[in-house]
Write a protein that binds this ligand. Structure first.
Ligand SMILES: Cc1cc2nc3c(=O)[nH]c(=O)nc-3n(C[C@H](O)[C@H](O)[C@H](O)COP(=O)(O)OP(=O)(O)OC[C@H]3O[C@@H](n4cnc5c(N)ncnc54)[C@H](O)[C@@H]3O)c2cc1C
Ligand code: SF4
Length: 537
């Protein structure tokens, strides 16, 4: 079943056709790095953020014939410039070069894209529709009864057709995924191939540092260029300071060039984008609440009810080669424990520099293990944590996230790590690294796995990472319990819409990008239709 890994993985980078992020309409990209004087321009709608929520909203509004501007804090890193090394990728495409954390009982890295396309450029392209039980829960507890599967279905269908959602091709699966597929039944689970945005994945295992062949369909090679082709314009390396709200109505966005702030030196240029019809905020769960706060929105709910799916990985060394440099970064999962145990086990390939931070040992022992990278498999689990945290303004315009996993969340994480560790041994691993402080950091036999049952429940003993983020600008029909109503409009200001996962009243237990895009498309379509019918009346 397993094709052999290509001897020259670099060859995967060579494109056969021009990438969609080249040859953009003239004048459609205004690069903040090159601006030398203040700008003041007028549009119908201004969209803050070019990630999953923003790109789709901009495309929908531009397709309806509106004049649209997107303002994006990060640079446009083109497919041709995606490099091999993790450090360069993190510095150019990740917020705070990947060092952002959420604080609480422990510090958990909070990974977000900060570039055109947002986190979709550095994610694994896994596409999950909003689960029916979440839709029912939102209707019951938050009165969101017009967000139904019937309403969302046409949007999911359109997104899936446009972004070519399909399961990974078996010939590029790679051994890390295959092993999980072959052995998940040992933990009593049914493995499934993930559905992904995939136009020709070559199995380079490099989704987390940008797809070198533009197969992944992140927003920088799909909805952003498609919006520009419909007449939208994007202001890159421009950070939205605030939404300009006058007489209770959003009338534009005030931004400044962010590159200069980053490198220091000369005074940033101010970019004023006027919005005759409205502003859409899609700067992500962490940045959106603070943009609203900086814009003068005050609400007891703003910044509260932040949720996440903290993830934790387990590594194992095998006699057979795993060769993580070949294979889809993430392609196999099991959904069997989502409802019963609130976690989702899955595969994840790690580039050597990323894997290195979790390789146990020091000195010679560490070097020897690193030398066996070709035999390393990594699987992980995303926990649908019940815990809620807060997002608040931090020092100097930064964002401060506080979050501590509760006891039930920790029990779920611990159980999942035990299951994956056992499954690694049953799959043939000669040693497994559960990654929990307080139990042996290297386990050499399956008999040792039972030690994990008594492992500490202190989050400081685990190496969590959070990439799926929700809440902090909650949507509900109850105005006192939310920031945004079921029409995605803020209660506090007219013509101000929020279309990212900050409005999600709860987390999902599955990967969020697809739901964010479908909800954003639904919201923008409804706003565009209302605006068009107002013109016709
Ligand atoms: C490593 C990783 C792997 C993941 N894997 C998957 C996966 O396989 N499947 C899945 O469904 N989800 C995955 N996710 C999560 C998914 O990518 C996000 O949930 C989704 O992209 C969030 O969409 P968004 O529009 O809210 O934010 P983002 O996509 O993060 O976009 C927000 C954009 O807003 C910009 N911005 C922020 N503040 C400002 C400002 N003040 N002014 C201007 N611009 C601003 C940011 O720079 C960013 O580009 C992953 C995430 C990461 C980090
Ligand atoms: S594994 Fe990811 S980065 Fe590599 S070709 Fe496939 S989609 Fe692109």
């Amino acid at each position: 079943m397993s094709p052999s890994a290509p001897s020259d993985p670099i060859a995967l980078r060579v494109p056969s056709t021009p990438f969609p992020d080249e040859d953009l309409p003239e004048g459609s990209v205004v690069d903040g790095e090159s601006l030398t004087s203040d700008r003041d321009e007028s549009f119908d709608y201004v969209v803050i953020g070019s990630g999953a929520g923003g790109a789709v909203a901009a495309h929908t509004l531009a397709s309806a014939g509106y004049k649209v501007a997107i303002v994006e804090e990060g640079p446009w890193v083109k497919t041709r410039d995606f490099g091999e090394d993790v450090l360069t990728a993190f510095r150019s495409m990740m917020r705070d070069a990947g060092t952002q954390v959420m604080s609480g009982r422990s510090h958990i890295p909070l990974v977000q894209g900060r570039c055109v396309g947002g986190s979709t450029v550095v994610n694994s392209a896994i596409a999950w529709r909003l689960p029916e039980d979440v839709i029912d829960d939102w209707a019951l507890r938050f009165g969101l009864d017009d967000i139904t599967m019937a309403a969302l279905e046409p949007h999911f269908d359109a997104l899936e057709e446009a972004l070519n959602v399909r399961t990974a091709a078996l010939d590029v699966l790679g051994r890390n995924n295959e092993l999980f597929m072959e052995n998940a039944s040992r933990m009593g689970a049914t493995p499934t191939l993930m559905r992904r945005y995939d136009k020709g994945c070559k199995g380079s295992g490099r989704c987390l540092t940008g797809c070198p062949s533009a197969a992944k369909q992140g927003m920088s090679v799909s909805y952003v260029p498609w919006a520009l082709a419909k007449g939208a314009r994007i202001f890159t390396s421009c950070r939205a300071d605030k939404v300009d709200i006058q007489n209770g109505r959003a009338v534009g966005v005030i931004a400044h060039t962010s590159h200069r702030e980053f490198v220091g030196g000369s005074k940033p240029v101010t970019v004023r984008l006027r919005a005759a019809r409205g502003v859409f905020v899609a700067a992500s769960t962490v940045q959106t609440p603070n943009i609203l706060h900086r814009s003068g929105i005050r609400s007891a709910i703003l910044g509260r009810h932040f949720q996440a799916h903290p993830g934790v990985g387990v590594g194992g060394l095998f006699d057979e080669p795993i060769n993580q440099h070949f294979g889809v970064t993430q392609a196999v999962e099991t959904i069997d424990f989502r409802k019963t145990h609130r976690f989702k086990p899955e595969t994840i390939s790690m580039q050597p520099e990323l894997a290195a931070v979790r390789i146990p040992g020091v000195g010679r022992e560490l070097v020897e293990r690193m030398g066996q990278y070709a035999h390393l498999a990594v699987w992980a689990v995303q926990v649908r944590a019940r815990a809620e945290g807060t997002v608040r303004p931090g020092f100097g315009g930064s964002d401060k996230v506080q979050f501590t996993m509760g006891e039930q969340d920790m029990k779920a994480a611990r159980l999942a790590v035990a299951m994956l560790t056992r499954m690694m041994f049953e799959s043939g691993a000669r040693e497994v690294w559960p990654g929990i402080y307080g139990v042996p950091y290297v386990m050499k036999s399956i008999d040792q796995v039972k030690a994990i049952d008594d492992a500490p429940l202190d989050p400081r003993c685990y190496s969590f990472v959070a990439t799926h983020l929700f809440g902090a600008a909650r949507m509900s029909r109850d105005e006192r319990a939310s920031v945004v109503g079921p029409d995605f409009a803020t209660h506090a200001a007219e013509r101000l819409f929020v279309v990212d996962s900050s409005v999600f009243p709860t987390n999902l237990g599955v990967n969020p990008q697809h739901s964010i895009m479908a909800l954003s498309r639904l919201a923008a379509t409804r706003v565009a239709e209302r605006a068009l019918s107002a013109v016709a009346a």
